[in-house]
Design a protein around this ligand. Structure first.
Ligand SMILES: [Zn+2]
Length: 159
């Protein structure tokens, strides 16, 4: 494992990294009560010092484009997720999601690095201060394209 002391921005994928959907057949939750935290997420994130570290979410949410939920609901679900994971609100957290349909070409959907770059720019964080935690090859590819460190969710949370 490499040295973590230089890291100050932790960006997380959401679905199957921090949370899982509890409704069979749904790839991601569409409303309150349709998800739960994955194991050890709360233990790990509640033990980190978010007064000095910075927290971002970068998630593909094409379900918004297909009308399964509004952007507002999608954002609120991420706020709930952060609150559950950390154990309190983190108002400074920066949430980015790609709301576009799969057939639409955009610069945000992972594996494109757009969302990671936005979050780094928002916090003024350099690539060597940033890690992206995810569970999919598209997450790893996005991290590589953004030039940041990547950690698999199962390594980061010790599953
Ligand atoms: Zn997009």
């Amino acid at each position: 494992m490499t040295d973590d002391s230089a890291l100050r921005l932790y960006i997380f994928d959401a679905d199957d990294t921090l949370r899982r959907t509890t409704v069979p057949g749904k790839p991601c939750p569409h409303r309150l009560g349709e998800w739960e935290l994955l194991p050890r997420v709360h233990e790990r994130l509640s033990a980190m010092d978010w007064t000095t570290l910075r927290l971002g979410i970068a998630s593909n949410q094409d379900q918004v484009a297909y009308g399964h939920m509004t952007r507002e609901t999608c954002h609120a679900l991420f706020e709930d997720l952060i609150r559950a994971a950390v154990g309190r609100d983190v108002p400074e957290a920066f949430i980015r999601f790609c709301p576009h349909a799969l057939e639409v070409e955009c610069e945000c959907r992972k594996p494109a690095p757009g969302m990671l770059m936005d979050i780094m720019r928002h916090f003024g964080a350099r690539a060597d201060e940033t890690v992206f935690v995810g569970n999919a090859p598209s997450d790893e590819e996005a991290a590589r394209a953004a030039g940041v460190r990547f950690a698999w969710a199962w390594d980061f949370f010790g599953w």
